[in-house]
Ligand binder design. Sequence first.
Ligand code: F6R
Length: 574
Amino acid sequence: MCGIIGYTGTEYAKDIIIEGLSTLEYRGYDSAGVALGGDSISIYKKSGRVSQLNDLIPNSFSKIGIGHTRWATHGAPTSRNAHPHLSFDGTIAIVHNGIIENCDVLKKEITSRGITFQSDTDSEIIAHLLALEDQSNMVQAVENVAKKIEGSSSFLAIRKGDDNIYCHKKNAALTIGIGLDGNYIASDMLALADHTKKGIVLSDDETAILSKDSVSVYKDGVKIKKQLIDISCKPPKICPCYMQAEIDEIPTALQNTYDSFYSTIKKECIEDIKKAERIAIIACGTAYHAGLYGKEVIEILANKPCEVYIGSEYDRARFISSKTFAIFISQSGETADTLAAVNRSKELGAKTLSITNVANSSITFLTDYALILEAGPEIAVAATKSYNSQLLMLYLLANELAGKKVDKEVVKKLAEEAAMLSTHSIFTESMAKDNLFFIGKGIDELSAMEGALKFKEITYKMAEAYPAGELKHGTIALMDKHCTVIALATNEKDKQKLTVSVSEIKARHAKTIGISAVGEIGCDISLFLPKLSDPLLYPILSIIPMQLLSLSTSFHLGINPDKPRNLAKSVTVV
Ligand code: F6R
């Protein structure tokens, strides 16, 4: 959520900050802003996209700046609420990623001093609080402010007449990039990729001061030594539609995930999972759907009881203990709800494993073991290739727990079939008008859930996933000629039941489209999946036509699928 970037060095800051914001735009794109520092602070901000902001900013000689691309939490996505925010005395500008939970109390305290807020945001509080601190010791000032704030809050601040950037990390990620021409800080390493390969990942409650030629990190007022790490990552290539490109990359992603699993999985991790009494999988959104698949394959192949929790509902998990092994799935490795679940699991004594797509992300740092998907950067807001890779990673893990190594040829064949499927479309124009249902039985119901989520995210249309056999217990009342039903059938034992469900739906005049690995199930149109060595692998393929049909519907409706309304990649607020 929200992208933030800062630079102080020998180069002009404006272009560096704007470029960084363009890379970060996928994290939030309702408004954006830049503060350029030096003898004075100039702020430029605008609702809308970074490209529009760029047109607003005159050329500047400033060599220090901070920038922000926003996903609104407090206050509408207007220019007034866009970051950076300036302190009441005009001396401090801040950008913030997170939510200030005690916002009302702090706002009251600040207004009682006669200070008027210029925005509806919670973030503006930070600028005023900093300006009210004794600034002879900025580390102390930043730490004092951070202590007053409850909730997640990573922020950057610059001061009038000062070339330093003051930074604090709490929950939302911040990585410092050490460059030859100066120092950088960003919420996402991708924004640093063009500038440096060396960096420092801040941990919670750490404060950093960046000058043009030095970086110091503090915790509780004491300067600490931080490890310099390799933060190099491939910046994503510019392309007209990231979601399309990312679906096209599924075959490569799958093969990379296979290699990554076998080169990283630790024996001790497998032993710890085997020793555990129960497995808990925790994730959000698409990653949660991958988790549901994980439960299936782990229970079926490894015969181990497994529960799956949505990150934000994990406080309801009542039996987490040292006898639990907790697995966290997160493309970004930064999702706040999943991160909170990692912390809770650790407090309760569980051993932990993360499956993420971003090495050096917060979740990978916190868990005992980490597996990286290596699917390549995912920029489109709707997750695609990372989901296919998550399913494969869980399949490989379940096999490993069962003492079986999956042959590379199996994944090579899967990748070839995935490439073939990317060329098939089941889109029909009626989908852009109809109510959509995605149905399946058993493991196919999980794929249906992901299919429906994809459709909702990038078409803004109602779509529902349902267990095929459950329709007749109520929801079939909705079926009429204005419905299109996507029916999934990948398991021979469910073929008969799916065929019956399809005929019940057709009797109510709904249109039916089948995605089947078991031959004809009576749909109006069918896409037949190729034969695979293990039916448990089908969800990795069957989701592709659904990803594509969502994409085609999105295009048909004139929606930009890469940046759907109200959403942002990497949800770093709870
Ligand atoms: C859906 C989507 C979201 C994410 C969810 C978790 O297309 O992208 O539902 O899956 O916000 O994000 P990660 O996987 O980064 O933890």
